[in-house]
Design a binder for this molecule. Structure first.
Ligand SMILES: *[C@@H]1O[C@H](CO)[C@@H](O)[C@H](O)[C@H]1NC(C)=O
Ligand SMILES: *[C@@H]1O[C@H](CO)[C@@H](O)[C@H](O)[C@H]1NC(C)=O
Ligand SMILES: *[C@@H]1O[C@H](CO)[C@@H](O)[C@H](O)[C@H]1NC(C)=O
Ligand SMILES: *[C@@H]1O[C@H](CO)[C@@H](O)[C@H](O)[C@H]1NC(C)=O
Ligand SMILES: *[C@@H]1O[C@H](CO)[C@@H](O)[C@H](O)[C@H]1NC(C)=O
Ligand SMILES: *[C@@H]1O[C@H](CO)[C@@H](O)[C@H](O)[C@H]1NC(C)=O
Ligand SMILES: *[C@@H]1O[C@H](CO)[C@@H](O)[C@H](O)[C@H]1NC(C)=O
Ligand SMILES: *[C@@H]1O[C@H](CO)[C@@H](O)[C@H](O)[C@H]1NC(C)=O
Ligand SMILES: *[C@@H]1O[C@H](CO)[C@@H](O)[C@H](O)[C@H]1NC(C)=O
Ligand SMILES: *[C@@H]1O[C@H](CO)[C@@H](O)[C@H](O)[C@H]1NC(C)=O
Ligand SMILES: *[C@@H]1O[C@H](CO)[C@@H](O)[C@H](O)[C@H]1NC(C)=O
Ligand SMILES: *[C@@H]1O[C@H](CO)[C@@H](O)[C@H](O)[C@H]1NC(C)=O
Length: 478
């Protein structure tokens, strides 16, 4: 009797065990000491994570509906997930450090989505998109790219033709133009229409500045030392530029009402002048000459956010040459106090000012380009900030955005890593601390990043300017 009970218990244990982790392994075939030989860039992994074991790497792949294969690097514990291996499976390369695993088709539940290539009618192709994974809300599909002119640099994603679909606006730094790529409605974009700017257009904001409810384009031109304003005619086409002088090397632009007259003003960090310029909106879409305020050396970006809870937007500028960030408080009429500075890492470049620890006080997040990390400076509540806590990113993170990507109500950190050719996503643990990064491949030299839902599925997508490849990449949330 007792022995039978033990047998049953053992059987139960075996069944539970195989239903747990073991069934997952039979859903993937293992190929040891071989790796994919990449025919072209479609072989790049779409997710890169660190896992302690091969099994955890397999489980990470099986948790992603779009994952078809994974590679586990024994020495580094790197686990890379792939979407499309059709070209590479036949051409594997020897690598004793790597175990490659391929999902056995048809064994997974829920099933992987079928591709639309064989569908012959519109009815079959509509059913294929309905198998979106429930679990898959923290990861991204491989990027789709859209051609720009040479050197896409600045980036904004805003609806410019009033069809409720966000469009892509990009400055092409080596072509002296701004490109507008209209959203076709399903997260795909039309070819760009370009408009002339000054020399080396490097950043762009898209905001209605003449109160006609159509968002206009404002561009800073690094080598012309002016901002260009292109008015929206009303259907997503734009007038020729009107220009307003700035200091030397304007590098970023925010368009926010700072003097409480309901007209958005222009704020520009002048990288060559080590100051920030404020140009007031006169109300008819024209701007006054700039008033400047001292910053540190080579400010490359700016955020305009109320940090001391007086309902007046303040100016935050990282100083890439001073390794600190300046905070200039708004005195209420659009004039600003002199700067208070806080230490950052090396070469602070992009900045985002968002409450990350849920205390209703916006915190400063800087991309420390020379330290390969992001610094988080928590707001003490009165507009003063704590010393930074840092989190690793890829190599040369230039810009940073802070947006909730996994739908848990807590803003996460996303950086573009210029020298790693990927973007990092660091999830917010909820108290303003962040997880280890997951990275997603881009093309060459990703510079600016925007996180916005472009295909109307309520999941934030990542859009990135790939400066070295002359395209924008769109990574749809899966
Ligand atoms: C790149 O790979 C894809 C599929 O993986 C294939 O369709 C395409 O022809 C390849 N391009 C080149 C240039 O090899
Ligand atoms: C995905 O989002 C749902 C809510 O929509 C949440 O319950 C779930 O925890 C999320 N999954 C991950 C892995 O974040
Ligand atoms: C998206 O819409 C465009 C234009 O309507 C169409 O040409 C394209 O095939 C669609 N793409 C997808 C993936 O549905
Ligand atoms: C945008 O479209 C809506 C209707 O779709 C219309 O009511 C509104 O006036 C339009 N806005 C502009 C600025 O044309
Ligand atoms: C937009 O409006 C302008 C002026 O009304 C017109 O010349 C142009 O053809 C329109 N473009 C589109 C794409 O509708
Ligand atoms: C805009 O307003 C300013 C100041 O009120 C005025 O000098 C300028 O002529 C106006 N420009 C236009 C185009 O109406
Ligand atoms: C801004 O102006 C409005 C009236 O136009 C006033 O009620 C409000 O208090 C002002 N806000 C600040 C922060 O001064
Ligand atoms: C703005 O307010 C400050 C402090 O109240 C004052 O010193 C300054 O003169 C004002 N500037 C303007 C242009 O009104
Ligand atoms: C920021 O840099 C400036 C210029 O190098 C320097 O004067 C200031 O002391 C620095 N601030 C901090 C907090 O280190
Ligand atoms: C801001 O708050 C911190 C912490 O409560 C305090 O140490 C500091 O003196 C305050 N600074 C100002 C300018 O009020
Ligand atoms: C934040 O939350 C994480 C995960 O729950 C925990 O490990 C960490 O200690 C917390 N940190 C702080 C500062 O509360
Ligand atoms: C991102 O870049 C880092 C650093 O170069 C690299 O280790 C990682 O494999 C990259 N990830 C992807 C998905 O390309």
């Amino acid at each position: 009797m007792a022995s039978r009970r033990i047998c049953l218990w053992l059987l139960f244990v075996i069944i539970t065990y195989s239903v747990g982790e073991d069934t997952r392994s039979i859903l993937m075939s293992l190929i040891t000491d071989l790796k994919f030989q990449c025919a072209n860039t479609t072989c790049l992994p779409f997710v890169h994570i660190i896992t302690s074991t091969i099994m955890k790497c397999q489980m990470a792949c099986l948790a992603e509906t779009y994952c078809r294969a994974a590679s586990f690097h024994q020495s580094t514990s790197n686990c890379e997930l792939f979407i499309d291996m059709s070209d590479e499976i036949a051409h594997m390369m020897t690598d004793t450090d790597i175990t490659t695993m391929i999902v056995i088709a048809g064994t997974r539940f829920p099933p992987e989505p079928t591709t639309t290539t064989t569908s012959t009618s519109t009815t079959t192709s509509t059913t294929t998109t309905s198998t979106m994974p429930a679990q898959c809300n923290t990861t991204y599909r491989a990027q789709t790219t859209y051609a720009t002119s040479t050197g896409p640099f600045g980036l904004t994603v805003v609806d410019v033709n009033n069809d409720s679909k966000p469009d892509i606006i990009v400055t092409n730094v080596n072509s002296n133009n701004v490109g507008v790529l209209l959203n076709t409605g399903n997260g795909t974009f039309a070819a760009q229409t370009t408009y002339s700017t000054g020399a080396k257009p490097d950043s762009v904001a898209v905001v209605d500045i003449n109160n006609d409810r159509n968002p206009d384009i404002i561009v800073t031109n690094l080598n012309s030392n002016y901002v260009s304003v292109l008015l929206n005619i009303g259907n997503g086409t734009f007038t020729a530029q009107t220009t307003y002088s700035t200091g030397a090397g304007p590098y970023d632009v925010e368009v926010v009402d700072v003097n409480n007259d309901s007209k958005p003003d222009i704020i520009v960090p002048n990288s060559g002048s080590s100051n920030v310029g404020v140009l007031f909106n006169t109300g008819n879409g024209t701007f006054t000459s700039q008033t400047t305020y001292l910053t540190g050396t080579t400010p490359f970006s700016v955020a305009v956010v109320d940090v001391n809870n007086d309902n007046k937007p303040d100016i935050i500028v990282p100083n890439s040459g001073s390794n600190n960030v300046s905070v200039l408080l708004n005195m209420g009429n659009g004039t600003f106090t002199s700067q208070t500075t806080y230490l950052t890492g090396s070469g602070p470049y992009g900045v985002s000012v968002v409450d990350v620890n849920n205390d209703n006080k916006p915190d400063i997040i800087v991309a420390n380009s020379g330290s390969n990390n992001v610094g988080v400076l928590l707001n003490k509540g009165n507009g003063t900030f704590s010393t930074q806590t840092t989190y690793s990113t890829g190599s040369l993170p230039l810009n940073v955005v802070v947006v909730d990507v996994n739908n848990d109500g807590k803003p996460d950190i996303i950086t573009g890593n210029y020298n790693s050719n990927n973007v990092s996503v660091l999830l917010n643990a909820g108290n303003g601390t962040f997880t280890t990064q997951a990275t997603y491949s881009t093309s060459t030299n990703p510079r600016n990043v925007v996180v916005v839902d472009v295909n109307n599925d309520n999941k934030p997508d990542i859009i990135v300017t790939n400066q070295g490849s002359s395209n924008v990449g769109v990574l749809l949330a899966c």
